[in-house]
Design a protein around this ligand. Structure first.
Ligand SMILES: [Mn+2]
Length: 322
């Protein structure tokens, strides 16, 4: 057994006693949440005594992740009424999109802001992806098969932005090596992330970049897309993913703000090179990591949102190194 602060024996016992399992990923899913969920599905669906479903409440899934083993098994509705819930990469329970009152929940995550809503919490904030946490936990309980390795590796590759984030260290490469050894194909997986972009993602990127504004001595960059932009380009949610990284990659920029006007509110994505933008997200009821965070504003115009966020960044003194 590992010395990691993970509830190995409790999870083992819970899964041994369970008959049905529901694996959940967060709303507006990314590769980490789905890769972690499908990786766990690949392991648990081999267990004879278990019935396992994998569910995401979002109306739309990122289609470029369709190469993940068992992707087609993801349902929008939960069928099991009393199953044990396994939540993946989700910092707060409302982001799962279901009423889970009274349910036993195994909470697997790496968000610093995780509210520990599980009956069992496997949370390692220093880990680079939720899949790294899942791998550390489940490799002690089950042999990691090729499908699980592919899912966990994909999640790790994506959440580290191809092994470039500050969370990348020797341990991450060690885990990547073990996953490749277990059957993940790095070249094939990288192809799916980098060589399959839909045209709509370029069209919406054009719109976003055209809106680029630099403020506060060019230390803060803002990007925005309107509902009209989204409609005109045919962009879907996954096409908006990663756009904020263009703004934060500018040499002078310390904080990048990407504001998206969606049907049900203003979605805000924040990036930084160093300062803690999760403080901004938390102030508006969102969450995330130090250098990548997000939240949603309701009943707020596009420009108003940007102004509110910029003053919050000032108020928190983020540009003074906090
Ligand atoms: Mn993650």
């Amino acid at each position: 057994m590992s010395i990691l602060p993970l509830p190995f024996s409790e999870v083992k016992k819970t899964l041994e006693n369970a008959t049905t399992i529901t694996i959940l990923s967060h709303l507006n899913p990314d590769a980490d949440t789905l890769g972690t969920a499908l990786g766990i599905y690949a392991l648990l669906s081999k267990e004879k005594h278990l019935k396992v479903e994998v569910v995401n409440a979002s109306p739309e899934l990122p289609i470029h992740l369709d190469f993940l083993p068992h992707f087609k098994k993801i349902k929008q509705q939960m069928d099991y009424k009393e199953s044990v819930i396994i939540s993946c990469d989700c910092g707060s329970i409302d982001r799962l999109g279901f009423d889970l009152r009274g349910r036993e929940i195994i909470n697997i995550d790496h968000h610093h802001s995780n509210t520990r809503y599980g009956s069992l919490n496997a949370i390692l904030p220093e880990y680079a992806s939720a899949s790294q946490v899942a791998f550390a936990l489940f490799k002690e309980l089950y042999p990691i098969n090729e499908d699980a390795a592919t899912c966990f590796y994909s999640a790790l590759l994506s959440d580290t932005r191809y092994f470039t984030t500050t969370s990348v260290n020797e341990e991450v490469f060690h885990v990547a090596r073990l996953l490749v050894k277990a059957g993940a194909n790095p070249n094939d997986i990288a192809y799916h992330f980098t060589q399959r972009r839909p045209l709509s993602s370029f069209r919406i990127l054009e719109k976003a970049l055209a809106s680029l504004t630099l403020v506060q001595d060019a230390k803060v960059a803002t990007l925005r897309v309107t509902q009209d932009d989204i409609r005109a380009t045919g962009a879907s949610m996954p096409d908006l993913d990663g756009i904020v990284d263009y703004a934060s990659s500018l040499v002078t920029v310390e904080v990048a703000v990407f504001v998206m006007e969606l049907g049900d509110g203003i979605r805000v994505s924040l990036r930084s090179k160093k300062v803690d933008v999760s403080k901004v997200a938390l102030a508006f009821g969102g969450g995330g990591h130090k250098v990548a965070a997000g939240f949603t504003l309701l009943q707020c115009g596009l420009q108003e949102s940007i102004d509110t966020i910029l003053s919050k960044i000032q108020e928190l003194g983020l540009l003074n190194g906090k």
